[in-house]
Design a protein around this ligand. Structure first.
Ligand SMILES: Cc1cc2nc3c(=O)[nH]c(=O)nc-3n(C[C@H](O)[C@H](O)[C@H](O)COP(=O)(O)OP(=O)(O)OC[C@H]3O[C@@H](n4cnc5c(N)ncnc54)[C@H](O)[C@@H]3O)c2cc1C
Length: 554
């Protein structure tokens, strides 16, 4: 990036800024930890705990982006725009935190002096001001406009790079041409896409080789998801999420026989999965799930009969199995300790309605709820009436009885990491379409990308997309090292989902009236993005019950 008027940022100063910001957040967390008795009293301070969870997430993103920029420069990358983005992002996070501490000084309880010594210190303020110069942000935006927003960012991993190139080509050839049609007609993802993704091994990337997967780890899987979501969140980008959730739950709590039985066909894409946790009256309060699984012998076979309602089960029609969380201990006082996870087999149904009748009399009925976006997979309200599931389909068998909640939560961590990739891919698509539009659309005699405000907006969009990407990649690598982590995937999901909502809407605005027309894909991106902060733990719950609880409990 070259801009005569902008002095390149000194990354050492940015590093110091991030260290200072992090130290302030850690101090604020330590105070809140004491006040909430190690997180037990979060509900007495929900608003402040949400604020802290978000600030800690933004600092994690600033660290990830700075680490990436530093490594890229050390590896001889010539493109300085990443370093400039790291500076702008770190400065925005720091100044937001300083403003928040100032406005909520009673809740932070850090004291004005402490603020003045840290984020308010003259040297720190000078770095923030230099980093946030309008000219610097505009220069990032001009760079994005010149590159038409395309993501050629440096990857320090040959496998990840090859994955990005090959999946991008696949998605542009196979997914992009059908994405708009599926959205407008609310069609089902075609089997041809699933078959091709299966042949390419997309469903088994993070499944261990011993169980028929690629054993490639989480980073190539995330990059695959990102590139598919860049062409369509619903028609391809979300297909890997459900198998990922069940795979992680099986690896964590399944018996060896269950892993041998289910993981190879999941990895090969022969078994499509739906996840069924939510109920019409039970959403965030998962421990209160009411759908019952009662031990029974049906037709001479030992197992469970399922009775009750479920809601929002995505892909339930096409799926061959549903990972279903149901109450196995009838005592409601048992809460989370009375739930078990089942693999419920069913036939695939192509439409918006399904009815599965068992010879033993059990019935599963489902109807898809209409949604403004995220079309292609269809999310179903389900009712189970004496639906029989054999005992061997209880995850963990007898040892997994009443342990389903914990297995499901482990699976959700994998799903949230996945959503970091999904949201980044969707944001990337919005960035590219908007950068193209800024080049091509002329008003007042010149491309709208020549206007300072357009450049500034695109500069911030590109910066936030890259921050979310690096936060997600860092979480993926961390999950490779420790499958049990929950904090980092939750942070990646929280931040990238917000980025996707904001970047798609900002992109729509830059498209003017045409951004509201169905023929421009940005209008689809906007409605697709709004689901991201809702599922897999709606945003306030993710902040309070996963991020704040982990940070304050530690
Ligand atoms: C398109 C789509 C697809 C989905 N796919 C699936 C799927 O495949 N499988 C599945 O099981 N589920 C799925 N879901 C469901 C999703 O996970 C839930 O919608 C989500 O968990 C939130 O639950 P809820 O909708 O019942 O909201 P609620 O739990 O009713 O929460 C609503 C709001 O209440 C507030 N709130 C609730 N509790 C608290 C609290 N303790 N403290 C502070 N505020 C609180 C929050 O502001 C929250 O946003 C999907 C949802 C959608 C929209």
């Amino acid at each position: 990036m070259s801009d005569a008027g902008v002095k390149p940022i000194d990354l050492a100063a940015v590093d110091q800024l991030v260290v200072t910001t992090d130290a302030v957040v850690q101090e604020a967390l330590a105070l809140a930890r004491r006040r909430t008795d190690g997180g037990k009293g979060i509900d007495n301070e929900q608003v402040h705990c949400e604020r802290l969870a978000y600030a800690a997430t933004e600092v994690a993103a600033a660290k990830a982006l700075l680490a990436y920029a530093t490594a890229a420069l050390e590896h001889g990358q010539q493109d300085r725009s990443i370093a400039e983005m790291a500076a702008v992002f770190a400065a925005e996070v720091a100044q937001r935190l300083a403003g928040s501490i100032d406005a909520h000084s009673a809740e932070f309880a850090l004291g004005d002096d402490r603020l003045n010594q840290t984020l308010g210190a003259p040297a720190t303020k000078a770095v923030i001001r230099a980093a946030l110069s309008d000219a610097r942000v505009r220069a990032i935006g001009r760079h994005a406009i010149q590159q038409r927003g395309v993501n050629h960012s440096w990857l320090d991993n040959e496998l990840a790079l090859m994955t990005r190139d090959s999946v991008r080509q696949f998605a542009e050839t196979e997914v992009a041409p059908i994405a708009e049609h599926i959205h407008r007609h609310d069609d089902l993802v075609p089997d041809a896409i699933i078959d091709k993704m299966s042949e390419l091994g997309f469903f088994g990337m993070s499944v261990p080789e011993a169980y028929g997967g690629g054993g490639m780890g989480n980073l190539p899987m995330i990059i695959t998801t990102e590139e598919l979501s860049r062409c369509s969140l619903a028609a391809a980008g979300s297909l890997i999420t459900r198998p990922e959730i069940l795979t992680k739950a099986l690896l964590k709590g399944g018996t060896e026989a269950q892993k041998q039985k289910w993981l190879p066909p999941i990895a090969a894409g022969r078994v499509m999965v739906g996840i069924s946790v939510t109920e019409p009256d039970i959403g965030s309060d998962v421990a209160s799930v009411k759908c019952r699984a009662d031990g029974a012998e049906v037709g001479g076979k030992k197992g469970y009969v399922i009775n009750g309602a479920k809601a929002w089960c995505t892909f339930a029609g096409r799926a061959n199995v549903l990972a279903l969380l149901a109450r196995t201990d009838p005592d409601p006082q048992k809460g989370a300790r009375g739930l078990s996870l089942f693999i419920v087999e069913k036939d695939p149904f192509p439409g918006h309605e399904l009815e599965m009748k068992q010879a033993t009399g059990g019935v599963l009925h489902g109807r898809a709820d209409r949604t403004p976006g995220y079309r292609g997979m269809h999310s179903f309200t389900l009712s189970f009436d004496n639906y029989f599931v054999p005992a061997e389909n209880l995850v963990g068998e007898q040892g997994g009885l009443n342990k389903g909640f914990y297995l499901q939560m482990g699976g959700f961590a994998a799903g949230r990491l996945q959503t970091g990739g999904r949201a980044t891919g969707l944001s990337q698509a919005a960035l590219e379409r908007t950068a193209e539009y800024a080049n091509d659309r002329k008003q007042f005699g010149e491309p709208i990308g020549n206007f300072q405000l357009t450049q500034h907006k695109l500069g911030r969009m590109a910066t936030y997309v890259m921050a979310g990407r690096q936060l997600t990649y860092a979480a993926a690598l961390k999950m490779d090292a420790d499958e049990a982590i929950a904090l980092e995937p939750a942070m990646a999901k929280l931040f990238t989902s917000d980025v996707a909502v904001w970047v798609t809407q900002e992109g729509q605005l830059l498209h003017g009236g045409w951004g509201y027309a169905e023929e421009f894909p940005i209008s689809r991106y906007v409605v697709d993005a709004t689901v991201l902060p809702i599922f897999e733990g709606v945003k306030p719950i993710l902040e309070l019950k996963v991020i704040a609880r982990t940070l304050l409990g530690g």
